[in-house]
Design a protein around this ligand. Structure first.
Ligand code: NAP
Ligand code: HSE
Length: 444
């Protein structure tokens, strides 16, 4: 095979980026691969729409079926987003034995197991490098580079939109809504952007990474997920004063909260898979990942710590990851080696996700307190009853008024115990509003 014909479904931010990147580096790729990539057709919703990247009218169609079924199309690239029609597109292509490249983490999170099985049944492959962490080749790292390791820790800043928002809130004191609008304009955000700011996009990606790292498909419903809507400039500022930066963090950890013993010595216990905003020490490299950049820290039992950094969203970073998959798929077609690196190999029969209630964390807590004698004693007593220790208390000066903010830094405690203690504290007459609780991660 000397030429692979691509049928691309979606000509928006990522589709446009892929079209432009192939125009720019297609010849370079052909000389490296010995096979050229040719865009046969691009399906869009509205062929008349003005596009940031112009796609020749002769390539545009509005019927995705026609693209997938076209006998001239050897490889289908799903860049439309969503989980309903996109699932039909991917299934239709795989059932025709055509390999598929997708950037769609929501689709994989919801239907990955099914799609991988159909790919296997039809002797073809599903490639998804662009689904996690934009331009960082983290899927290849986990599937190939670190195949000889058991993964004991994985931390990721994997949502570019949230990192962009949190960075600008910290650096410029910018307003949440205004920065989100900028992230949408720059093509970073999902449609709708709630997927980003409520943590679901990061959960989709963290689930994919956890599944690859631990060999069982993580059910997205088991991933504890918090977004960044509740993060205020006040908390960002207090965190700064304490030497921390707030980031939306995906965590995949083994042996944290050891309530669940492994059923067999060679099998793993339940793992933590969660997404939440966290205070990260400023001295840690992850606290210095700013703007749309993503980072993934992976600890393997053989290799130790490894770190991967790059742009996490936007047309060019994502196009780079799609091109990497196109190269793999083209070579697999050329050498008829479609199953050389299968998309996902389930090998952990007893894999399970730990309930967040059993996860042990440190915490930053902000209370709005009526400044009266004896209040601290009552707060400390509620925590002591739950066997929870306070590592420091700060009542910043210059907040005179009816209520004052009080910041508590809390030692390691199970999430369930912490939640119960805060519910008791919230009932105290001197506490106004809901307590704010943000986990503290030292990334050990
Ligand atoms: P987008 O800009 O909204 O583009 C979606 C494209 O799909 C549009 O061209 C749209 O056509 C087309 N489309 C929608 N429904 C269609 C249908 N039924 N038939 C044919 N075409 C249809 O979205 P995007 O940002 O490129 O994202 C695409 C995918 O990449 C999503 O899964 C997203 O999660 C993922 N992703 C995005 C980024 C990023 O930074 N944006 C990064 C990584 C992964 P029209 O143009 O005519 O409306
Ligand atoms: N909306 C996603 C993000 C796009 O902001 O990270 C990249 O997957």
């Amino acid at each position: 095979m000397r030429q692979v014909n691509l049928g691309i479904i979606g000509g928006g931010t990522v589709g446009g980026g892929v079209f432009r990147a192939i125009q720019r580096n297609g010849a370079l790729m052909a000389s490296r691969l010995g096979v050229s990539l040719s865009i046969a057709r691009v399906a869009v919703r509205d062929a008349k729409k003005a596009r940031a990247v112009r796609i020749p009218a002769k390539l545009l169609v509005t019927d995705w079926h026609a693209v997938v079924a076209d006998p001239a199309v050897n490889l289908v690239v799903e860049l439309m987003g969503g989980t309903t029609t996109a699932r039909q597109v991917v299934l239709a292509a795989l059932k025709l034995g055509k390999p598929v490249v997708t950037a769609n983490k929501a689709l994989l999170s919801a239907h990955g197991e099914e799609l991988f099985k159909v790919a296997q049944q039809h002797g073809t492959n599903l490639y998804y490098e662009a689904s996690v962490a934009g331009g960082i080749p983290i899927i290849k790292v986990l599937r190939e580079g670190l195949i000889g390791n058991r993964i004991t820790r994985l931390f990721g800043i994997v949502n570019g939109t949230c990192n962009y928002i949190l960075t600008r809130m910290k650096d410029e004191g910018a307003d949440f809504a205004a920065v989100l609008a900028d992230a949408q304009r720059l093509g970073y955000a999902e449609t709708p952007p709630d997927l980003d700011v409520d943590g679901h996009d990061a959960a989709h990606k963290t689930g994919i990474l956890a599944s690859l790292a631990h060999g069982f498909w993580v059910n997205p419903r088991h991933i504890y997920t918090e977004g960044i809507r509740s993060i205020t400039r006040q908390d960002i500022e207090f965190a700064r004063q304490l030497g921390y930066t707030i980031r939306l963090l995906g965590c995949v950890k083994t042996a944290n909260g050891v309530r669940h013993k492994p059923p067999h010595p060679h099998r793993q216990s339940a793992i933590q898979v969660s997404v939440y905003p966290a205070l990260i020490p400023n001295s840690h490299i992850l606290a210095n990942v700013n703007g749309v950049f993503n980072v993934v820290l992976v600890r393997g039992d053989v290799v130790g710590d490894t770190l991967y950094y790059g742009r996490g969203a936007g047309k060019d970073a994502t196009a780079s990851a799609v091109l990497s998959d196109l190269a793999d798929a083209a070579l697999d077609l050329k050498y008829k080696s479609n199953r050389r690196v299968p998309p996902f190999v389930p090998h952990e029969r007893d894999g399970a996700v730990l309930s967040i209630d059993d996860v042990v964390s440190r915490y930053y807590v902000r209370l709005s307190v009526v400044d009266k004698p004896g209040v601290f004693a009552k707060i400390a007593a509620a925590l002591a009853r739950a066997k929870i220790g306070i590592s420091s208390i700060i009542q910043p000066e210059g907040h005179e008024g009816e209520t004052v903010p009080v910041i508590l830094m809390i030692h390691d405690a199970p999430n369930a115990a912490m939640k119960r203690a805060l519910a008791q504290i919230a009932k105290l007459a001197a506490i106004k509003g809901e307590p704010v609780m943000i986990r503290v991660e030292n990334l050990e």
